[in-house]
Design a protein around this ligand. Structure first.
Ligand SMILES: CC(C)(COP(=O)(O)OP(=O)(O)OC[C@H]1O[C@@H](n2cnc3c(N)ncnc32)[C@H](O)[C@@H]1OP(=O)(O)O)[C@@H](O)C(=O)NCCC(=O)NCCS
Length: 146
């Protein structure tokens, strides 16, 4: 099992992961647009030569944002999500970020449980942020604070 930088040749596979894992999946175009942007970090989790998870984050000055983290359904609850988040923290630290922010659907209990396990703290909510009455919870993690 390794976590490595995502490359152009991974985009089709990651788009499939997006389709399996999200109700609003990112397209191949969306994934391609920011892959070469150095503010973005995309990484894939490879197990037995198969990409089974990935994340996308953005870092500018002292702030990182985690946009996506996903593990294929068949591989969940084995600690891979945790490994991906630990890599997110490592990259944020390396880039000199002091805070990591993210938004999560209030109903996404598995992601919320994962973030809280790592030490993310809920600091706000946005009512109906996703439409259809779905609220967003806002979480932050202070680098060096844990
Ligand atoms: C969120 C997600 C990445 C978690 O991945 P995972 O590999 O299953 O997570 P892990 O196995 O590392 O879980 C680590 C901890 O998170 C918590 N957790 C994860 N899934 C959980 C669930 N379904 N119910 C309760 N707690 C859960 C637990 O505390 C777990 O530790 P434990 O298994 O020792 O109890 C995965 O469910 C996923 O891809 N979901 C769809 C995409 C998504 O919603 N991403 C987040 C928004 S961008």
């Amino acid at each position: 099992m390794i976590i490595r930088k995502m490359t152009n040749s991974d985009i089709e596979t990651v788009a499939q992961i997006e389709k399996e894992c999200f109700v609003d999946p990112w397209s191949v175009d969306t994934l391609s647009q920011s892959l070469e942007n150095e503010c973005y970090d995309y990484a894939v989790l490879v197990f037995n030569d198969e990409i089974i998870g990935y994340f996308c984050m953005h870092t500018l000055f002292d702030t990182s944002e985690l946009f996506r983290v996903a593990v294929l359904n068949a591989y969940r609850r084995k600690g891979y999500g945790l490994l991906l988040i630990e890599k997110v923290l490592e990259i944020a630290r390396e880039k000199g970020a002091e805070h990591i922010f993210l938004e999560v659907r209030a109903k996404n209990l598995s992601a919320i449980a994962l973030y809280e396990k790592v030490g993310f703290i809920k600091y706000g909510e946005r009512a109906n942020y996703y439409g259809g009455g779905e609220d967003a919870y806002l979480y932050s993690f202070e680098i060096g604070g844990v």
